[in-house]
Design a protein around this ligand. Structure first.
Ligand code: 5RP
Length: 256
């Protein structure tokens, strides 16, 4: 896998941490130790460098799908910092839309665009062959619609997200209409999540049973008319996965 070195970003964060220690009035020797000890990274720094690498893929003239979550929260300032003045964006959640607008990144209704050049989003899990579980933030319906509309779907993640195989929960969005009958069909493995309805009036739930064959489970969920969306994203939807690993970004290139 190609590695994209982004040391500057992590070094900047580390310097910020050291400065915070100075404000706390710590012993100068301790501060010196912090300054010259090996770089300590955390998942937030990894999310940030993956997001910054993804922001570099955006060019003027592009239409862009913006995902949802704490990793995407790093993408938006990185995108704003590019200073592009001819991009058109759609957002997968109200939170993303509000953050983007606050940073001067233009967001419009998705009904205004036929297709997207690129979509960038986080993930909860990613396997070596590119299966994802998304929807930790309950935005998986819009996230999948946006990913499917994009020529290139780029996933950004920290090093806690790669897994050998997917494990529950798998987020679901269920139609409110006939909800009780849908839940009866889906069985005990599905429980409602205690969160507000989605922007599309769907009811957020989670499947906590065995996953086994991801494609078979995806097909099973899609076959139920009460399921509006599930959080299993197949590899053929995914173009690249950028994973912050310590102070570098690993890129997993997939077939799309
Ligand atoms: C929201 C999502 C997020 O992309 C996923 O939960 C990852 O979130 P984070 O970047 O906060 O780890 O699918 O529905």
């Amino acid at each position: 896998m190609p590695r994209v070195r982004l040391l500057d970003s992590v070094d900047r964060q580390r310097a910020d941490r050291v400065d915070a220690e100075l404000v706390d009035g710590r012993d100068p020797i301790e501060i010196a130790k912090l300054r010259y000890s090996p770089i300590v990274t955390d998942s937030d720094a990894e999310k940030r460098i993956a997001a910054e690498a993804a922001a570099e893929l955006v060019e003027d003239g592009m239409t862009i799908g913006l995902g949802t979550g704490s990793t995407v929260a790093h993408l938006l300032p990185a995108l704003a910092a590019r200073g592009l003045n001819d991009i058109r964006c759609v957002a997968t959640s109200v939170a993303t839309e509000e953050q983007a607008r606050g940073l001067g990144v233009p967001v419009e209704e998705f009904s205004a665009l036929e297709r997207l050049d690129i979509a960038i989003d986080g993930t909860d899990q990613v396997t070596p062959d590119g299966w994802l579980i998304k929807g930790g933030g309950g935005a998986h319906l819009r996230e999948k619609v946006v990913a499917a509309a994009a020529d290139r779907f780029v996933v950004i993640a920290d090093s806690s997200k790669p897994v050998d195989s997917l494990s529950a929960p798998v987020p679901l969005e269920l139609f409110a209409f006939g909800l009780r009958s849908t839940l009866t069909r889906l069985g005990d493995a599905v429980a409602l999540r205690d969160v507000p309805r989605s922007p599309d009036a769907g009811v957020i739930a989670d499947y906590s049973g065995e996953i086994g064959d991801s494609a078979a489970l995806a097909a099973h969920l899609e076959a139920d008319p009460g399921v509006a969306a599930h959080g299993l994203f197949p590899p053929d939807l995914v173009s690249d996965v950028l994973i912050g690993q310590g102070n570098a970004v690993d890129r997993l290139a997939l077939s799309r």
